[in-house]
Design a protein around this ligand. Structure first.
Ligand code: NAD
Ligand code: DAU
Length: 376
């Protein structure tokens, strides 16, 4: 943790804000995923943002160019947006992209992101989240040696702080206590980012966010999985007793927070981002069922009948709760969506985009990717 971040709530604007940064070219990693694609869409849709965007994404199972369809084509024709299928672990590629495109800021979303997958197969998490971040840091360090400075914003999670009891909140200075292979891999990457800033003088910022939800979320995560299963009349699997607590934030509000940090925050600072919206999983599901039933014209009692308590996730963290007072106070950030409105919007989007979800659930979305990128 940087000195200027200690303690988080005592930090002054003078300590943690920089002269506004106006990147000319952003290298966005993982820009075809859920949150990365929201960031790309919101940046390209913001008339006040003139930055070019290079989107580097490996298109793993979680990457889907359909997340960007209709939002990037005009910018691509104008030379403002470029997609590159590639691996963040490929340091030479990252270095070449930074050099070729004159990248002055990397916004790093790419990761393996699903906790259950990390429990069943941790290796990909170490390779992508730890070694991938390491390769990006090495690429930036190498460019720096030639006099080309690049700022790195690293997107991380509240899960690095561990699990809370019934009370308390995570602040920026809370000690790290990751408890799943996913959160341990993210914690390792956060440590590497801070170590490179401290040791080699790289310019870095970091954000730790709570649970996101919204359009284009891969339907393995709680909210899109439950919506899809409601629509298909499938079981709604609740882990354990359903009393685990998460703090939910609409994805575009996270994307805006990242942009504020990228453009305003001083090097070496980190920022907690959350929705001030804690909910027990079971309460969330009841609220979601009410919205799906109303919007899709389904019988709420029948949907409640689909709730199935299943074996708990091993090591399941009980409660996450973010104190986002620092970003609210010093960067003036606030979510634009409350949870009720965001949930309505998400269900509405799902009903209007059944083809997207059907193609993801059936695996059809991979055919196009495999056909177009088989040789690259
Ligand atoms: P996601 O799984 O939807 O997307 C990840 C993207 O990264 C995909 O497009 C994938 O193809 C790409 N990718 C994976 N490995 C890669 C590699 N080796 N090289 C290049 N690209 C690769 O993830 P998300 O939910 O959008 O999360 C994005 C970031 O935000 C992650 O770093 C995650 O840890 C963090 N985060 C997520 C949440 C959340 O609720 N989803 C909350 C806080 C922080
Ligand atoms: O807190 C931020 C993190 O939120 C991000 O860093 C992760 O990338 C993101 O995946 C998310 O992690 P969670 O494990 O909290 O999200 P998930 O949607 O998998 O689960 C949310 C809660 O719902 C959790 O308590 C487990 C529970 N759950 C999940 C699924 C998929 C169920 O009860 N049933 C399910 O089928």
């Amino acid at each position: 943790m940087s000195d200027v971040d200690t303690p988080a709530h005592a930090a002054t604007a003078q300590q943690v804000l920089a002269a506004p940064r106006a990147p000319r070219c952003l290298l966005v990693t993982g820009g075809a995923g859920f949150i990365g694609s929201s960031f790309v869409r919101t940046r390209l849709g913001d008339p006040a943002c003139a930055a070019r965007i290079v989107n580097l994404d490996l298109l793993t199972y979680a990457g889907n160019l359909e997340n960007l369809a209709g939002s990037v084509e005009e910018a691509e024709r104008a030379g403002r947006y470029t997609f590159v299928r590639g691996d963040i672990r490929d340091q030479a590629l990252v270095e070449r992209l930074i050099e070729q495109h004159g990248v002055d800021c990397v916004v790093h979303f790419a990761a393996e992101s699903h906790v259950d997958r990390s429990i069943h197969g941790p290796r990909d998490f170490i390779e992508t989240n730890v070694l991938g971040t390491f390769a990006i840091l090495e690429a930036i360090r190498s460019r720096r040696a030639t006099g080309h400075d690049v700022h790195l914003h690293h997107v991380s999670t509240d899960e690095v702080f561990g699990s809370l009891g019934a009370t308390g909140f995570f602040v920026e200075t809370t000690a790290y206590d990751p408890r799943s292979p996913y959160s341990a891999s993210k914690a390792a990457s956060d440590h590497l980012v801070r170590a490179y800033a401290h040791t080699y003088g790289l310019s870095t910022t970091l954000s730790n966010c709570s649970n996101n939800y919204g359009p284009y979320q891969f339907p393995e995560k709680l909210i899109p999985l439950m919506i899809a299963n409601c629509l298909e009349g499938k079981a709604l699997p609740v882990y354990g007793d359903g009393q685990n607590v998460r703090d939910w934030l609409y994805v575009d509000d996270h994307a805006e927070a990242v942009w504020l940090v990228v453009t305003r925050a001083a090097p070496g600072t980190s920022w907690n981002v959350g929705g001030r919206n804690e909910m027990k999983n079971l309460d969330l599901l009841h609220e979601l069922i009410a919205v799906v039933a109303r919007q899709a014209g389904k019988d709420p009692a029948a949907l409640h009948g689909l709730i199935t308590f299943v074996k708990d996730r091993p090591g399941h963290d009980r409660r996450y709760a973010i104190d986002c007072g620092k970003i609210e106070r010093l960067l003036g950030w606030a979510p634009r969506h409350d949870f009720a409105g965001g949930l309505e919007e998400t269900v509405r989007w799902t009903l209007a985009n059944r083809a997207w979800i059907d193609r993801v659930r059936s695996g059809a979305y991979r055919e196009w990717i495999d056909r177009n990128y088989a040789t690259r």
